[in-house]
Design a protein around this ligand. Sequence first.
Ligand code: 3PG
Length: 213
Amino acid sequence: MSGTMVLVRHGQSEWNKLNLFTGWRDPDLTEQGIREAEQGAAALKEYGISFDIAFTSVLQRAQKTCRIILEGIGQPDLETIRDQALNERNYGDLAGLNKDDARAKWGEEQVHIWRRSYDVPPPGDEGESLKDTGARVWPYYMTEILPRVLRGEKVLVAAHGNSLRALVMILDRLTPDEITRLNLATGVPMVYRLNADSTVASKEVLGDMSGAH
Ligand SMILES: O=C(O)[C@H](O)COP(=O)(O)O
């Protein structure tokens, strides 16, 4: 057995609440999002883990979630590395649009393909598919995060729905078809223990993922 890695999606953001495509835009957490991060912290405290290092994105909703969790488990000063590689997928021209308005304009099926397919990017030059998102998340994971876990460190990663879906895809060995059905709830920690060969020894979800969509 090697180390432990906890993945957690940020709590509800202002734009989650307004049902807007967000991507690389940078809204704050809502009051509910703060509570979700606090609940994630409480679950980790009960689980009894302390971390050696934390990773987050350059977006404030993930950074604040990370800070709330570290404060909640009594490690407010833990070294935290922020990197754009862990950002949400870039939603291209959809950023700022209402998801229901988009469904009315382009149809339910097309919007679902943009949101959940493996390799269809949203419209616009900057738009990233999950595969494109993985193309920056996976190398970052391999070079910066995994080596620490394999050294036995306990690592917290506070990031985003789709940057974490990309990570979960390789950890859980999901196919491009299976990943279309994976939704991550906000503020619910996923505890991965890894074997020395970097495969997953165990996965525990500290909360309820069933409401995620
Ligand atoms: O960027 C966003 O809009 C959300 O954080 C994630 O969006 P999704 O649920 O459409 O993948």
